[in-house]
Design a protein around this ligand. Structure first.
Ligand SMILES: Nc1nc2c(ncn2[C@@H]2O[C@H](COP(=O)(O)OP(=O)(O)OP(=O)(O)O)[C@@H](O)[C@H]2O)c(=O)[nH]1
Ligand SMILES: [Mg+2]
Length: 289
């Protein structure tokens, strides 16, 4: 039996998008926040259009959740596209001072223009924008150096746009996680579900956990040993759906949902180690044979 497609577009998101597009006019710099584990799947397809020529930065957040080698590959990928990219950890604050410096530098142009017109300088205005649960609010708190906005481990925490002020130099706008009204690429939608970036009611955990096992082994073949050790699977690990069922039989009295939740939780909490689920197109391993 196939499950329905993954769709998640709660009411507050539609409303937030309208308000965000209005506020964008007031903003000097946009900080697009993506989940470093899935940087392509967590980029909003319309954002380019909405931002137009506005100066922007890409924060590769959850940098701690992927291997240093993969992080470097993503940095190169975005740099080559001319996108200023900053790896960050919204939880520990690592990488945030560099991001902040870049925001202030980009915003400086605004004040130079104002000065030329005989106007007084004002605080640089920046917005954090991106998919749900990628760490926008955590990053904003880190930029400020205090807990100004709510941040928690589930999608849909921020429901309204909120301006916060850092001294007189930086005004920051936190925004609710946004995503398109429909997710035509169901592979990307499943990656979002794996990373807890969409509401849990919108997907079947068994199917998502099965896809996770398959995707992880494809992108990070070296993770095979790690999965075997943690879940007791034999070599070679069977297709994801069979692997989840097998784990359920062995450890959870046949409860596949519990087995699936265990696997997803282990990955989300980082207990499987730093593991990217998407790699830049150029850095995939060369075909053998
Ligand atoms: N490991 C790790 N966790 C992070 C990082 N950044 C944020 N988090 C955690 O991720 C969870 C979600 O963070 P939020 O700041 O609420 O995310 P958000 O993008 O504002 O989410 P919405 O408001 O729901 O769209 C929190 O538990 C954060 O502590 C990071 O770089 N690494
Ligand atoms: Mg938030």
């Amino acid at each position: 039996m196939s499950s329905p497609p993954i769709q998640w577009y709660p009411g507050h998101v539609a409303k937030a998008i309208g308000q965000l597009r209005e506020q964008l006019r007031l903003v000097d710099v946009a900080i697009e926040v993506v989940d470093a584990r899935i940087p392509l799947a967590s980029r909003h397809p319309e954002l380019d259009k909405w931002l137009g020529e506005k100066p922007r930065l890409l924060a590769l957040n959850r940098a701690d959740s992927i291997a240093a080698r993969d992080l470097k590959a993503w940095q190169e990928h975005f740099s080559q596209q001319g996108i200023p990219v900053y790896p960050t950890n919204g939880q520990s604050g690592e990488g945030v001072p560099r991001l902040k410096q870049a925001i202030l530098q980009m915003g400086q142009a605004v004040n130079e223009r104002r000065q030329r017109r005989g106007m007084r300088p004002r605080a640089v205005r920046a917005v954090v924008v991106g998919f749900p649960n990628v760490g926008k609010s955590a990053l904003l708190n880190r930029l400020l150096g205090r807990r100004a906005v709510e941040s928690a481990a589930r999608p849909g925490v921020t429901r309204q746009l909120q301006w916060v002020r850092l001294g007189g130099e930086l005004d920051l706008l936190d925004s609710p996680g946004i995503l398109p009204p429909s997710l035509p690429d169901q592979r990307a939608a499943t990656l979002l579900a794996i990373c807890d970036d969409i509401g849990a009611a919108a997907y079947d955990p068994e199917r998502v956990a099965a896809y996770f096992v398959d995707q992880l082994l494809q992108v990070q073949p070296q993770a095979q040993a790690l999965l075997q050790q943690r879940y007791g699977w034999l070599d070679p690990i069977p297709p994801g759906s069979v692997a989840v069922q097998e784990l359920a039989q062995r450890r959870y009295q046949g409860d596949t949902e519990r087995a699936a939740r265990q696997i997803l939780n282990d990955y989300r909490k980082g207990w499987l180690g730093p593991l990217a689920l998407q790699l830049p197109p150029t850095s995939s391993p060369p075909a053998r044979g």
